[in-house]
Design a protein around this ligand. Structure first.
Ligand code: CA
Ligand code: CA
Ligand code: CA
Ligand code: CA
Length: 359
């Protein structure tokens, strides 16, 4: 019996305050994955964070790019097959941005912070064979261990990367392109949270960035360097809150319109995903979890997540949610793929699909 059910029964004869205070609407809706990636080549904690590359020319040929924090990056097709594998270091988080102008072309970029070199690694997606080509980053080694990262393409065309750290400081760098096809990082702002941060996602249209302080909750800041350094804790962690237990890990955004959609967080300590509204004051929407199905297991102790609202062929017509699976025994860790409509349909009323359904 779930805790909240016990509380409901108790509430009939005792004060509600006698319970832990967790409201029934925080109960997680069960969802099944429909695909999973080839397991990591390494045992123990290896998989961390996914990023989805949307192939605009051929959406069914889009990619899931996942970090192996012991070795490098795996590039997977939408049925979970391994297409390319790059062993180069210790990447932690990974993110994708589109239309980065460099050396006379616009390329889609993949960014990951590499703890083996204390620097950012950048790649361009080669559409022809969906491989990753490394773009040299010429900046010197960070004087801190990078931990967590996210890309941000501003409305004015500037590209930034946010890099987190175990001290709680997030640094924002401008990606400055050089004529020789390399990129330099120019520090433009520092945001300070009280303790270790990791998950970072930027909302380009709303000019916001969300940062996960692992043991405290989700912070919201303006995404531009000119936006100051004062943040708002929009979703604290605690027994009475949707994010029940630390760590808070991945953050991602499902877009249903120019400014509408959902902000989703991985609540690692409770094996759940918490959905907030993307706009306004990020009101609570609901909680879901990925449970064991007949063919594909659920997700537990999830690190990173990613979601897209782009239609990715027949398998994911309303978009795709990807979550790291911390417990995939007897196989090694991997990533699970869930169609968005499988999540949306678990709520009443159902969550919006993209493009946004009629008002
Ligand atoms: Ca990611
Ligand atoms: Ca973490
Ligand atoms: Ca699992
Ligand atoms: Ca992580």
């Amino acid at each position: 019996m779930r805790v909240y059910t016990s509380c409901v029964l108790l509430a009939a004869v005792a004060a509600w305050s006698g319970c832990a205070g967790r409201a029934p609407e925080f109960d997680a809706r069960p969802v099944l994955a429909t695909a999973q990636t080839v397991p990591m080549p390494n045992a123990n904690d290896a998989a961390d964070d996914p990023a989805i590359w949307v192939n605009a020319a051929n959406p069914g040929q889009s990619l899931v790019i996942g970090t192996n924090k012991q070795e490098g990056l795996g590039v997977y097709t939408l049925d979970g097959a391994l297409l390319h594998y790059y062993a180069f270091g210790k990447p932690n988080n990974v993110d994708v941005a589109y239309g980065f102008p460099i050396a006379g072309a616009n390329v889609d970029i993949v960014a990951t912070e590499d703890r083996s070199i204390f620097n950012l690694r950048l790649f361009a997606v080669e559409p022809a064979d969906r491989s990753l080509r490394e773009i040299p980053v010429t900046s010197p080694r960070f004087d801190f261990e990078p931990y967590g990262s996210g890309l941000y393409k501003a409305q004015d065309g500037r590209f930034f990367v946010f890099i987190g750290s175990k001290s709680g400081v997030v640094r924002q760098y401008l990606l400055a392109t050089k004529a020789d096809g390399s990129v330099a990082l120019e520090l433009v702002r520092m945001l300070t949270m009280p303790s270790q941060v990791e998950g970072i996602v930027a909302d380009a249209e709303l000019g916001r960035v969300y940062i996960g302080e692992e043991r405290a909750g989700i912070w919201r800041f303006g995404a531009n360097p000119e936006d100051g350094t004062t943040g708002t804790l929009i979703a604290p962690i605690g027994a009475a809150h949707p994010i029940r237990r630390p760590d808070l890990e991945g953050l991602t955004i499902y877009r249903t319109g120019a400014t509408s959609g959902y902000l989703i967080a991985s609540s690692q300590g409770s094996n759940e995903y918490v959905i907030l509204r993307r706009d306004g004051e990020n009101e609570f929407v609901g909680v879901f979890k990925v449970t064991d199905g007949p063919a594909i297991g659920g997700t537990e102790e999830t690190d990173g997540i990613d979601v897209t609202s782009a239609a990715l062929g027949t398998a994911f017509p309303h978009g795709l949610f990807v979550a790291q699976d911390g417990h995939n025994q007897p196989a090694n860790q991997n990533f699970k793929l869930v169609p968005w409509e499988a999540i949306a349909s678990q709520f009443e009323p159902a969550l919006d699909l993209a493009p946004r359904t009629a008002e």
